[in-house]
Write a protein that binds this ligand. Structure first.
Ligand SMILES: C[S@@+](CC[C@H](N)C(=O)[O-])C[C@H]1O[C@@H](n2cnc3c(N)ncnc32)[C@H](O)[C@@H]1O
Length: 305
């Protein structure tokens, strides 16, 4: 497979360049090496480092109706998907369970009701992403496989020796991907859902530089301050900014997630941040997925002075 190669820290820049040139292949996954990342390409563009690399094919499922997510060996169909799709999906050797969403993410813990449709009678699975694996039950804890690219984008910004705080850490996808691909001194993760925390403890066993706390991010305190704080709770991250500010070093970075309509990006988020933080500089605005009709999930990377 022809791939465009770059250092991990330049991954986002190259990816955007390939998307703009309509040259990023959507049929294969990017290959992550020790220091470099390799993006599969559908056409060559001048001035790039092009090499041959083995990339994993993205297995797509054609449904009669609706969309789906794959978490480990579980396929989660959308609410409007037909039950008849389930049997067809189960013919794939890597799928063992088919579930269907009942409603949207809800409650403080952003969980999803899932109706059993076919396959093995379980809802727990092991999901692999960005070279790490996580055990989870997608009905009891929030997890979206659609955010893997965003998790890797943030990971490539983490510098050697940094102290990173991940608020709203769920089953620990951010801490794991950061620990695997960057070289921070410490990652502290805070999750209020006791079941999410329980899975995070299981998932992070092999990483001595990750500390996990089953606490409320609003009142969480720590013995030292952090170089970088991630706030992946787009629905209400603003409510936690006062505490995040207390936990951040001078000139530290916050990754602030929000849901906005296209026309409000990034002004509505800036207004929310300004209510709590006076001096900050926007480093980047990342669009990281659709959230319902007309709404996008965005991340503002800001440096706080
Ligand atoms: C949108 S999810 C993100 C989870 C994880 N970071 C991920 O990418 O999969 C937000 C998480 O914040 C947790 N949460 C909600 N309120 C919280 C609070 N006050 N303190 C700590 N965690 C909280 C939820 O239980 C949920 O796991």
């Amino acid at each position: 497979m022809k791939c465009a190669k770059t250092l991990k820290k330049n991954a986002e820049k190259l990816k955007q360049k390939l998307i703009t040139a309509k040259a990023l292949s959507r049929d294969y996954k990017a290959h992550i090496g020790k220091n470099h990342i390799y993006f599969p390409i559908s056409k060559e563009i001048k001035g790039l480092d092009i090499v041959d690399k083995k990339c994993e094919k993205i297995e797509k499922i054609n449904l009669n109706s609706g969309s789906y997510d794959q978490v480990g060996d579980i396929v989660i169909l959308s609410q409007d998907a037909k039950k008849s799709d389930a049997k067809e999906i189960l013919k794939r050797s890597n799928i063992k369970v088919v579930l269907r969403r009942k409603g949207n993410y809800r409650g403080e813990f952003r969980t999803l009701k899932l109706e059993y449709l076919a396959g093995e009678k379980r809802k727990e699975t092991i999901h692999k992403e960005n070279g790490v694996q996580m055990k989870l039950n997608p009905e009891e804890v929030y997890f979206s496989p659609r955010l893997s690219t965003e998790r890797y984008r943030v990971t490539t910004q983490v510098k050697e020796g940094e102290k990173v705080l991940v608020l709203f850490s769920g089953v620990a996808p951010y801490p794991l991907v950061i620990a695997k691909h960057s070289n921070p001194k410490l990652i502290v993760a805070v999750e209020k859902n006791p079941i999410g925390h329980k899975y995070a403890v299981m998932n992070c066993k092999k990483y001595p530089n990750i500390e996990l706390y089953n606490e409320d991010a609003k009142t969480f305190t720590y013995k030292e301050k952090f170089d970088r704080i991630l706030m992946p709770l787009p629905k209400s991250a603003e409510d936690f900014l006062d505490n995040a500010k207390k936990l951040l070093k001078k000139n530290g970075i916050i990754h602030f997630y929000d849901f906005l309509s296209e026309k409000d990006i990034p002004n509505k988020s800036i207004e929310k941040i300004q209510k709590h933080i006076k001096n900050f500089k926007i480093l980047h605005v990342a669009k990281c997925g659709q959230y319902g009709p007309g709404k996008l999930r965005i991340c503002l990377d800001i440096r706080v002075n």
